[in-house]
Design a protein around this ligand. Structure first.
Ligand SMILES: Nc1ncnc2c1ncn2[C@@H]1O[C@H](COP(=O)(O)OP(=O)(O)OP(=O)(O)O)[C@@H](O)[C@H]1O
Length: 262
């Protein structure tokens, strides 16, 4: 992929969240979340299991309603949209989820055509072919076009999954645990791909991860979610320079392997 420097536009928050609260019965999951993701920026969200990262993503994508607070995505207040408006907004967002598996019975080409044909029914055969080839080339896997998912490595399948999202040219990417279950070398490749996607497609992104290397490599800024709110936000260096025992523990647990309580 060709590399272009990306400008981060701090005057344009593509995701703006203010004082967001969400509980399930007596369980308060999000308790005053504030975060902005600026245009052109990858924001890595770190947090241990069960801190509400998936709930946050579901609220951003309109799958769950907030109890209170402001959630704006690409200028729209998500919880105020009707079904049709929400559908239109979701087309501008690319989801790379752990469970977004490829269809095993379809070739790579067919897997990539699927979202395109469903969402843009008026494209010609030639337009479909060139879109599939372009996106595959961009993720470095043009040679796999006629292969079946079972013939690919885990890392290649992940790339194709990301390509399937990119084919609709999203403005925002939401990556949920992009390196989970991958070996370290493949993780490095996926982290590079996330950065290349940002450069090539001018996307802004939230990268949800437990993996500090992933956060450090892909996040222009990072944010740590703890006890229902963001404990710290900033560059990787800024956040881990904060004098807070919980942040230090987070770092030690991930980077030094020391087993400590959060
Ligand atoms: N629809 C729901 N109804 C009730 N409780 C829910 C619902 N969705 C999530 N929760 C609860 O909210 C909390 C946060 O869940 P969430 O899935 O967002 O965690 P997470 O940070 O994504 O964790 P992980 O990294 O393990 O995926 C959990 O205690 C979960 O049980």
């Amino acid at each position: 992929m060709e590399h272009k420097p990306v400008q981060i536009n701090r005057n344009n928050a593509v995701i703006h969240i203010q004082n967001l609260r969400k509980s399930f019965g007596a369980l308060t999951v999000l308790n005053g979340v504030d975060i902005d993701v600026f245009q052109g920026e990858n924001m890595a969200v770190l947090g241990r299991s069960g801190t509400g990262k998936s709930v946050l993503i579901k609220i951003i994508s309109g799958l769950l309603k907030p109890d209170s607070g402001i959630v704006q995505v690409l200028g729209e207040e998500v919880d105020k949209l009707n079904a049709e408006e929400l559908r239109a907004l979701r087309l501008r967002i690319g989801f790379s989820f752990q469970n977004s598996a490829l269809y095993d019975s379809m070739t790579v080409r067919e897997n990539l055509e699927f979202p395109l044909v469903r969402n843009k029914p008026n494209l010609t055969r030639q337009e479909i072919d060139s879109a599939v080839e372009e996106v595959l080339d961009n993720v470095g896997l043009l040679q796999t076009i006629n292969q079946m998912p079972a013939e690919l490595s885990g890392g290649q399948r992940k790339r194709i999954g990301i390509a399937r999202t990119l084919i609709l040219k999203p403005e925002i990417m939401l990556y949920d645990e992009p390196t989970a279950g991958l070996d370290p070398i493949t993780s490095v490749e996926i982290n590079s791909l996330i950065n290349e996607v940002r450069e090539q497609y001018n996307t802004s992104a939230i990268v949800i991860t437990h993996d500090l290397t992933c956060a450090k490599t892909t996040g222009n800024r990072i944010a740590i979610l703890l006890d229902g709110r963001f404990l710290a936000q900033g560059t990787f260096e800024e956040v881990f320079a904060v004098d807070d025992e919980r942040i230090k523990n987070f770092y030690n647990y991930n980077f030094t392997g020391d087993k400590v309580d959060y």
